[in-house]
Design a protein around this ligand. Structure first.
Ligand SMILES: Cc1cc2nc3c(=O)[nH]c(=O)nc-3n(C[C@H](O)[C@H](O)[C@H](O)COP(=O)(O)OP(=O)(O)OC[C@H]3O[C@@H](n4cnc5c(N)ncnc54)[C@H](O)[C@@H]3O)c2cc1C
Length: 421
């Protein structure tokens, strides 16, 4: 519409959602673009938030309501920005929207159960399977089924497949495997980029056993393992044999502050491990958690959270660098080796399971903003530039509370681009 001011927000995690609602509630039209079938980003996959230890849904749900009630926000899921041209104040943008392949607004779980095709569950970091027609997670926004078109196309003609499609039809759910992507061309005045992060690839940490030891997992996987919506319905058990974990090790700075991997500190990993130690202690009061750290960093007011957690006598802290993890081939226990920094002695300890506290790497390291003139630092974090305003972890590592402030700041800059011209 002529005279209308529009902000494009790319990335539907907590930072993008915050920027979108702040800009829309200040009088702009907002297009919120998310590449996955659901909003919420990595926060949706957390079991609880530090420091209050409340479930992430409490923060997300309020924002989903703000989006739902605001006609000035258009949400495009399964969407990617393909091209941007122009400059601050007037950008032309091309967005490709992939099909969901399923037209359903009732989220009928029966349809999901009937589906004969299974895929890795992306939401649970591949730790279990899900049906190829699925609701991404129990609180998903939008609350709509989505289908893995590629997996279903491969299954065409296989036993039970036609019956499954027929049964969907009788329930009023339409599956259209011939659906095509569509392209949308837009003009926007300003852009907020909030494409977030991914966990550092633990398979690159060759001596720390990820992939070679069955009971070595990463911190993001631990969030799902402790969650009732996770692969074990919240039971903290070993991947190798389903045995209840009694003795858990956390390996801090797994690849972080290491010039061969991520030279920077992701700032939240120590707090995340302290939080995850409380998951174990709550689940299994007899269990012990042992955190091996180089420096335990609990910045600002998070010091109070650290103080609270360390009062638990079954949460042990050792200033020690773990350099090697192997497994006992018979028991699948994990054996940690390293150095106790304070005593100068060697560490060699056996645990039921180990969690690698891997850092956050910006998605902009690999996927750049498709417009010229945007700059990045040496690690791929987006550096602020006129017209394209970074928000959240794609700008630097930060916790959720800081993301909210950062995204509000980015929305304000976007408003200056739009309303100020
Ligand atoms: C193990 C662990 C535990 C944590 N626990 C806590 C905690 O308890 N409390 C706390 O405060 N913080 C915690 N954090 C930090 C928290 O997860 C981050 O602060 C938060 O996820 C940052 O949100 P974001 O929106 O910036 O990025 P993200 O959550 O990564 O969201 C980015 C979104 O952008 C989308 N996207 C990516 N690329 C594109 C693209 N090209 N086009 C469209 N969309 C795209 C993604 O799919 C995603 O939905 C934890 C981190 C870790 C590693």
């Amino acid at each position: 519409m002529p005279g209308e001011k529009t902000v494009l927000v790319v990335g539907g995690g907590i930072s993008g959602i915050t920027a979108a609602v702040e800009a829309a509630e200040s009088g702009c039209k907002v297009i919120l673009v998310e590449r996955l079938p659901y909003l919420g980003g990595r926060v949706a996959k957390l079991n609880k938030y530090f420091p209050k230890l409340c479930p992430p849904t409490c923060g997300l749900e309020i924002n989903f309501r703000r989006i739902r009630r605001n006609p000035d926000i258009t949400v495009l899921t399964m969407a990617n920005v393909e091209n941007i041209s122009g400059s601050a104040g007037a950008y032309s943008v091309k967005i490709k929207v992939s099909p969901r392949y399923v037209d359903d607004h009732s989220a009928t779980s029966q349809c999901v159960q009937d589906c004969p095709v299974e895929i890795d569950n992306e939401f649970n970091y591949g730790m279990n399977k899900t049906k190829a027609v699925y609701l991404p997670y129990e609180m998903a926004y939008p609350m709509n089924l989505v289908a893995d078109g590629e997996a279903l196309k491969k299954a065409r003609g296989s036993a039970g497949f036609t019956e499954f499609l027929e049964s969907c039809k009788t329930k009023g759910i339409k599956i259209d495997l011939d659906a095509e992507p569509r392209t949308i061309d837009l003009t926007v005045n300003s852009i907020v980029w909030a494409t977030g992060w991914k966990p550092y690839d633990a398979t690159k940490l060759e001596t720390l056993g990820f992939g070679s030891c069955a009971n070595v997992i990463t911190n993001v996987m631990m969030e799902r393992l402790a969650s009732v919506g996770g692969p074990t319905q919240g039971h903290i058990v070993r991947p190798s044999d389903g045995k209840k974990v009694n003795n858990l090790a956390f390996v801090q700075c797994a690849g972080s502050r290491d010039r061969n991997h991520l030279p920077y500190c992701s700032s939240i990993c120590c707090l995340a491990s302290l939080k995850q130690a409380t998951y174990l202690r709550e689940y299994n009061p007899d269990a012990q958690a042992h955190i091996f750290y180089i420096d335990l960093r609990a910045y600002g007011r998070f010091e109070y959270f650290f103080d609270k957690v360390r009062k638990d006598e079954k949460i042990l802290l050792t200033k020690g660098k773990i350099v090697n993890i192997t497994e006992d081939p018979r028991t699948k226990d994990v054996i940690l080796e390293g150095e106790d920094i304070l005593s100068g002695t060697k560490i060699r300890r056996t645990f039921d399971m180990a969690v690698l506290a891997v850092g956050m790497q910006p998605n902009t390291m690999e996927e750049k903003v498709p417009v010229s003139g945007v700059t990045y630092d040496e690690f791929g974090f987006l550096v602020s530039d006129e017209g394209v305003h970074p928000a959240g972890v794609c700008r630097r590592p930060m916790d959720v509370g800081t993301c909210l402030q950062d995204a509000t700041g980015a929305a304000l800059k976007a408003l200056q681009d739009t309303l100020g011209r």
